[in-house]
Each structure stands twice: as structure tokens, then as C-alpha cells.
Write a protein that binds this ligand. Structure first.
Ligand SMILES: *Cc1c(COP(=O)(O)O)cnc(C)c1O
Length: 410
């Protein structure tokens, strides 16, 4: 029956353990299962193929994404690997040009070698996708919001185009999390997560997940999960299950913090540009409003002094924001895409998409927003904007179409 999101994260797919009544899903740390007679068993034969802890998580993830089948993997990239294995030599995949670095790497460096073709286009304009479609195109791979430029791709528009050309759509929903965005509802065929990020939420586990509606697609993915064997351990599945229980509360708070921090950055005289879909001035704001519940907790910005040295000064000065790769945890992180996550993307490609030398990416956590702002203030420069400066930029970037009434009297 129908459950709202906050109820689903606690209950969907989860039953007390049948043998003990344990309310929390036990960690079934076993490699094999005893059979009564050859082929007579309780649905579990060998733990690469099935594991009860993993099953519960797979059902839970399917419910959160409004899909029918969840398939878990040892990492987000192992999940990506499984999806690409649905296709074969000669097939063509279209992806965005502003893409998670590891996804770009597996596409070009691993599967390029096996004779698969990849195009990278600016998906903020759907006609770029249409122009890239060939008779060999089998999949459109969407990331939205994108990493690290926080561009927004219109999922429903991409799916409508794909249906017309009989092409599948996969959405990497890592940045939004199912609390903010459910691509299957918008027509996507496959959703993928690096569960390492918001789903796990505590920076203590690497995990990947795929969710689909279609049974035959699910069967192929279960086959690959077992045949290629990049499965997660039961302890990792337990940690993701545990993390998910507070997903809605964590993401809600992180989004609130991000809204305040984005506004602060936009008002700072040393900041050149802030990339945050919550701004009315953001190119994808209207689409984000349509397809997301809130605007996410990822923010990136560049400095007026666009040099590696200026970026490095900020990156090594924060005390609460830890300098680290990854995102989506309870703690705030700061990163430098040009040298960290996007190190594997060639300089030319990188600059074309806006990943300039001074670009800094923030994953906003659930700490106190005032403390986080103070930390950034100290790192970027002590300059306190005058009231005039603050309102000049605030007007420019006005949040939420001024629905809040916050800027009514300027
Ligand atoms: C981290 C990440 C991945 C890869 O996931 P891993 O769990 O690190 O393998 C894929 N896509 C996005 C958007 C990510 O942030």
C-alpha cells in the first residue's frame, strides 16, 4: 500500500527477522546456506547470488525510487559497470559533458577498449542529445544535478526524446538522492546511485545501487550481478540500511544549510560565480523546481582570482569543511574538482565545461549553518560585505522567485 517517503525509509521492504524477531535486519555474514536435499533450500544457495541482508536493502531501495527491483553492488562504479554490460561492442551511449570523473573514466578507458562508443554532450539543451543520436545509440546516461557545475538536465524531456528513438535512459541520482528526485516517475528506465554518498550518509561505506521497474531489465542486471560478482558484503548493506533511516532528515537539513551558504557566497566580493540551482538566476532553476523537491546540498563557486594558488589557500584554510573527495555525508566537505574528482578529465574538456582552476566544490553537511558560514568567511577572506553589497548580490541571485518575501523591501 502507499506510504509517504518518511514512512518508507523506516518500513518499506523491512520485516522483523523471522527467526528471532530482531527489529533491525541482521547481518547475514555467511558465504553459503545448508540445503535439505540437492536443490531443496530456503531460496538461498550461495552468498554471491543471494544474501538476506542484501535482499532487504534491494527491496528498500526499489521502494524509495518508486521502482520494482533493486540490485546492489560493491560500489557506485561497480553498478555503472553492470549497466554498461547490458550493451555490447558497437553500441553507442550518449552522456553529459559535465560528468562524474569516474564515470567518464570507465566509459572511455575501460569500455572504449571493448569497441563501445561514447558521446559527451551538453544536456542542458536537449537538442544536443537529439543531434548525437545514431542508429547505434542504445542508452542516454543523465547526471542531474551535474558534478561539479550543478547544471540541471530536464529528465522528463530527455525521456520523451529517448522513447521516440527507442533508446533507454539511465539517471545517476547520486547528487539528488531519492528524497529530492525520483527519475523513474519521470520516465527513466534505470536509476543508479553511488550509495556511498547520501544513501549511506555517514562516510563509512562504499556501495552502489541500481533500481528499475522493468522485470526483464532487472533479470539481466541480476544475472550480471551474479556473473560478474561485484557484490557488496552484508555488513555494508546493513550500514546503507541504517543510513537510509535518516535520509529525509539529513537531506532536508543539508538543503537548508546549502541555501544559506549559497546566498552568503554570492554576497562575497572575492567570489566570482556561485553554481546553485536554487538561485532564480540559475539556468536550470525552473526545471529543478519542477523535478526536485529541494535544490540539493551541493554548491560550487569560483574566485575572482582564478588561480590554483587562490583556490589552494581557501582549500587549506577551512577548519569545519574537511578537504576530501566524496560528498553526501553528515559532515561538510570541500574539494577542488580540477585536481581531485576531475583529475582524470583532460584540461581542455575540463575548461570547456567550466571546471576552472579556482572552482571549489562544497558538499554541505548537517552542522550549524552559521558555523559553516563563519568557517568559509575565515577561509575566503575576512571582508564583511556592506549592507549595500549584500543586497546588490542578493537581488541578483534572489532565492525562490522571492516567494519568501525576503527581498520585498529592497
Ligand atoms: C561517487 C560517485 C560515483 C561513483 O561511486 P563510488 O561509490 O565511488 O564507486 C558515481 N556517480 C556520482 C555522481 C558520484 O558522486
Amino acid at each position: 500500500y502507499y506510504m509517504k517517503f518518511a514512512t518508507k525509509v523506516i518500513h518499506a521492504g523491512i520485516e522483523p527477522d523471522a527467526t528471532s524477531g530482531a527489529i533491525m535486519t541482521p547481518i547475514f555474514q555467511t558465504s553459503t546456506y545448508v540445503q535439505d536435499a540437492p536443490g531443496v533450500h530456503k531460496g538461498f544457495e550461495y552468498a554471491r547470488t543471494q544474501n538476506p541482508t542484501r535482499n532487504v536493502l534491494q527491496n528498500q531501495l526499489a521502494a524509495l525510487e518508486n521502482g520494482n527491483h533493486g540490485i546492489c553492488f560493491a560500489s557506485g562504479l561497480a553498478a555503472t559497470d553492470a549497466i554498461v554490460k547490458l550493451f555490447q561492442q558497437g553500441d553507442h551511449i550518449i552522456s553529459c559533458n559535465d560528468l562524474y570523473g569516474g564515470t567518464y573514466r570507465i566509459f572511455t578507458k575501460v569500455y572504449g577498449k571493448f569497441g563501445m562508443d561514447f558521446s559527451f554532450v551538453d544536456m542542458t539543451d536537449v537538442t544536443n542529445i537529439e543531434n548525437a543520436i545514431t542508429p547505434k545509440t542504445k542508452l542516454i546516461w543523465v547526471e542531474t544535478p551535474t558534478n561539479p557545475m550543478l547544471n540541471i538536465v530536464d529528465i522528463a524531456a530527455v525521456c520523451a526524446l529517448a522513447k521516440k528513438h527507442n533508446v533507454l535512459v539511465c539517471v545517476d541520482n547520486t547528487f539528488a538522492s531519492p528524497y529530492l528526485q525520483t527519475p523513474l516517475d519521470l520516465g527513466a528506465d534505470i536509476v543508479i546511485h553511488s550509495a556511498t554518498k547520501y544513501l549511506g550518509g555517514h562516510s563509512d561505506v562504499i556501495h552502489g545501487a541500481v533500481v528499475v521497474k522493468d522485470k526483464s531489465l532487472a533479470d539481466q542486471l541480476y544475472f550480471i550481478q551474479n556473473a560478474s560478482g561485484a557484490v557488496p558484503g552484508p555488513q555494508d548493506c546493513f550500514l546503507i540500511l541504517r543510513g537510509i533511516k535518516t535520509l529525509h532528515i539529513r537531506v532536508e537539513r543539508a538543503c537548508e544549510n546549502a541555501e544559506k551558504i549559497a546566498a552568503f557566497l554570492a554576497s562575497h566580493p572575492k567570489v566570482e560565480k556561485v553554481n546553485y540551482p536554487g538561485f532564480v538566476s540559475h539556468k536550470g532553476h525552473e526545471i529543478a523546481k519542477k523535478q526536485m523537491k529541494k535544490f540539493g546540498a551541493m554548491v560550487s563557486f569560483s574566485l575572482k582570482d582564478d588561480s590554483l594558488a587562490a583556490a589552494h589557500k581557501v582549500l587549506s584554510s577551512t577548519k569545519l569543511f574537511s578537504l576530501a573527495e566524496s560528498l553526501g555525508g553528515v559532515e561538510s566537505l570541500i574539494g577542488h574538482p580540477a585536481s581531485m574528482t576531475h583529475g582524470s578529465i583532460p584540461l581542455e574538456e575540463r575548461k570547456k565545461t567550466g571546471v576552472v582552476d579556482s572552482l571549489i566544490r562544497l558538499s554541505i553537511g548537517i552542522e550549524d549553518a552559521d558555523d559553516l558560514i563563519e568557517d568559509l568567511k575565515n577561509a575566503i577572506g575576512k571582508h564583511k560585505p556592506t549592507t549595500k553589497e549584500w543586497f546588490a548580490t542578493a537581488r541578483n541571485y534572489a532565492l525562490y522567485s522571492n516567494e519568501s518575501g525576503l527581498y520585498d523591501d529592497i
